[in-house]
Design a protein around this ligand. Structure first.
Ligand code: PLP
Length: 433
């Protein structure tokens, strides 16, 4: 399979080129040249298949030409070493819990898949170590670090702004050791990002070591997220609820919903989609007006969705050839203030006992408001509520339990390298690695 750029000015790329580069040369996002529909028999029988079987069938359609079946199977099964269950919450509303992975958020799926795919390419080619540089304001760093943890041949450098990530987040990438180095930068997130960008542009450094990025626009991170939508459909079918199924995705950079839309393009029988936003309402406004107008991001309590110019909009736009009417017919929007998010968390907890995190709360509310009587809705619970304990507890008025997995991170010893925002010092450090 070849991959083209959404800007249509870069040459076609192989899977390996697209994954190693991340962004195309013309700064567009890579798209597969072909989206293969899956056969009717697959959907007829899907409720009798395991999550691994379902995911492999989907993966095969995209990556089957580029990887031998056994290797791809192993990558899929290693990636999905945890379940993504569908849980009933209220009325016809179900939660697709995507937080049962190592860092308790859905980004684990994409990060783990990308790590294993990259490892496959390294093994096939040279044995040269590949170095992943990632700047983080919190969650991406933990998903990437844990996704790549212990993967031979790859070393990860996570750059994060000192004092600007939560304690839990910091523990999730500074206590790992092994092939993960945390770099604590005396600056803000933008300084971390600038150091990473400068490193990619520095010829001497690139001759010294093989560098790659793992940011969320990488196709190996976003595409595998389609797996769990097929599995959610299978679970809803078992419950007899799949006929008019609506999928609602709390969205920031729109990678997750984009993966769901790829599933739809492969024939997954989802009736319609809802993109639930916090106060960052760029996509919501696009649906109403047909105009895409990026804005500076606004800080909210659902902070992983604080995005003012969602990267994957380019992929969605391309998928439907820029046809606004088509996009607006398939996807509806929702946008919620902090007060509405908090009120939703409280009301849902009081009524059902289910604890929503602030991101999932946007998804739940959009379904509660927009679902028709003959429809059943599944929203993504994108992170475990305990990751946002300080926000969640005062809102619901109850203590939340910290899962053992999360508590384990807190016990580890912090190891990090202190760095200023000066590129020369960062480069000198990497030149010695
Ligand atoms: C990243 C993230 C989102 C947003 O997902 P996108 O793919 O960027 O739209 C939502 N919730 C949580 C908890 C996240 O970490």
């Amino acid at each position: 399979m070849k991959y083209y750029s959404t800007n249509k000015k870069a040459p076609l790329a192989t899977l390996q080129e697209a994954v190693v580069k991340g962004l195309a040369g013309d700064r567009g996002l890579y798209m597969p040249q072909e989206i293969k529909p899956l056969p009717k028999e697959f959907f007829d029988n899907i409720e009798n298949m395991s999550f691994h079987e379902i995911a492999y069938t989907v993966a095969e359609a995209f990556f089957g030409e580029d990887l031998p079946a056994d290797d791809l199977k192993k990558i899929v099964c290693d990636t999905l070493a945890f379940d993504c269950p569908v849980v009933h919450v209220n009325d016809n509303i179900y939660s697709l819990e995507l937080y049962h992975g190592p860092t308790l958020a859905f980004k684990d799926v994409g990060a783990r898949f990308m790590a294993r795919l990259l490892q496959y390419f390294i093994r096939r080619e040279s044995n040269e170590r590949v170095n992943v540089l990632v700047a983080t304001s919190g969650d991406t760093g933990s998903a990437v670090a844990n996704g790549f943890l212990g993967v031979d041949g790859i070393h990860v450098y996570v750059l994060y702004p000192k004092g600007k990530v939560s304690k839990i987040q910091e523990c999730q990438f500074t206590t790992l050791g092994k092939n993960i180095t945390a770099i604590e930068v005396d600056g803000v997130f933008d300084d971390c990002q600038a150091l990473v960008k400068s490193a990619f542009m520095d010829d001497e450094l690139n001759r010294h070591m093989k560098l790659t990025s793992a940011n969320s626009i990488n196709l190996a991170r976003f595409l595998p997220q389609s797996f769990y939508y097929f599995n959610a459909y299978a679970q809803m079918k078992k419950l007899g609820k799949a006929d008019n199924m609506v999928v609602c995705v709390p969205s920031g950079n729109f990678g997750n919903i984009c993966a769901a839309l790829f599933g739809h393009a492969m024939g997954l029988p989802i009736k319609r989609f809802i993109a639930a936003n916090n106060a960052n309402d760029i996509f919501y406004n696009y649906l109403q007006t047909g105009k895409y107008e990026p804005q500076p991001s606004k800080q909210t309590i659902a902070n992983a969705m604080d995005v003012g110019d969602p990267s994957n909009f380019a992929r969605i736009y391309d998928l439907y050839n820029g046809d606004h009417a088509k996009i607006a017919a398939l996807i509806s929007g929702a946008t919620y203030s902090n007060e509405q998010i908090a009120q939703t968390m409280k009301a849902c907890y009081d009524k059902t006992g289910y604890i929503l995190d602030p991101h999932g709360a946007c998804g739940y509310r959009a379904l509660a408001e927009q679902l028709a009587d003959n429809e059943a809705g599944v929203f993504c619970e994108t992170a475990h509520h305990a990751k946002f304990k300080d926000t969640v507890e005062p809102i619901i008025g109850a203590e939340v339990e910290t899962p053992t997995r999360l508590a384990e991170f807190m016990k580890g010893e912090k190891q990090s390298v202190a760095m200023t925002k000066d590129f020369d010092a960062f480069k000198a450090f990497l030149m010695k690695e």
